[in-house]
Ligand binder design. Structure first.
Ligand code: SF4
Length: 210
């Protein structure tokens, strides 16, 4: 898909390939933010389509009892970076910041809890990693059924948010870091094994994703 004119000021406006807007799903239970689109996705302008999409739906989403439309699918960077290499340093900062303008679906979803899964995307098809990612996704689904709006951050998307978390304190729950604001935590049933969320509350999504 051709990039919108609003990409023009971004360092990837000429070098990035394609443009893949988020798939908002239909009344999604959870949201997933990946790193950047694959080649087929950039060609078609659809996240998680083709072979990778089939793998996600059949091997990661379906085992949780969800359909694709139950999941909001987003990329941190909506075009494919040159040489499929996720940017670093200033380039990363700028590209991610410019891409925040396409966060409307995520903003409407209004995530109030982040589930981090740091497993490298390249290893996703190895059975051991597939199991771990399903475990991470199942945490998000379980919390969604308790009333949270979980956003699962994968790979670089997770690294992006990890640093701000460390400064604000996180709650460790069954091996996962998570952070929910106090209002959301109040409307969700508390688990006996979950510590209280951070007293300072969660950053708003737009702030946290910078
Ligand atoms: S990184 Fe985002 S803002 Fe920059 S060119 Fe790609 S899609 Fe546009």
């Amino acid at each position: 898909m051709k990039k919108p004119n609003t990409c023009e000021a971004c360092p990837y406006s000429k070098t990035g390939f394609g443009f893949v807007p988020d798939d908002p799903g239909q009344n999604p239970l959870i949201a997933i933010q990946l790193e950047a689109p694959g080649e087929e996705e950039a060609l078609r302008g659809v996240p998680l389509c083709g072979r990778s999409g089939r793998f996600w739906v059949d091997s990661l989403i379906a085992p949780l009892g969800l359909k694709r439309e139950d999941v909001l699918i987003s990329n941190t960077i909506r075009c494919r970076p040159p040489n499929n290499k996720y940017p670093t340093g200033d380039l990363r900062r700028d590209a991610e910041a410019f891409c925040r303008q396409y966060d409307a679906a995520l903003a409407a979803f209004a995530p109030d809890l982040f589930v981090v899964t740091l497993h490298p995307a390249a290893l996703l098809r190895q059975k051991a990693y597939t199991r771990l990612v399903i475990r991470d996704l199942s945490v998000a689904v379980e919390k969604a059924r308790e009333g949270f709006r979980p956003l699962v951050l994968m790979g670089e998307a997770a690294m992006n948010l990890r640093a701000p978390w460390l400064g604000q304190g996180v709650t460790k729950w069954r091996g996962h870091w998570w952070l929910g604001d106090l209002q959301s935590a109040a409307r969700a049933p508390r688990r006996a094994d979950a510590a209280n969320p951070n007293e300072s509350g969660a950053p708003a999504f737009a702030e946290a994703s910078r």
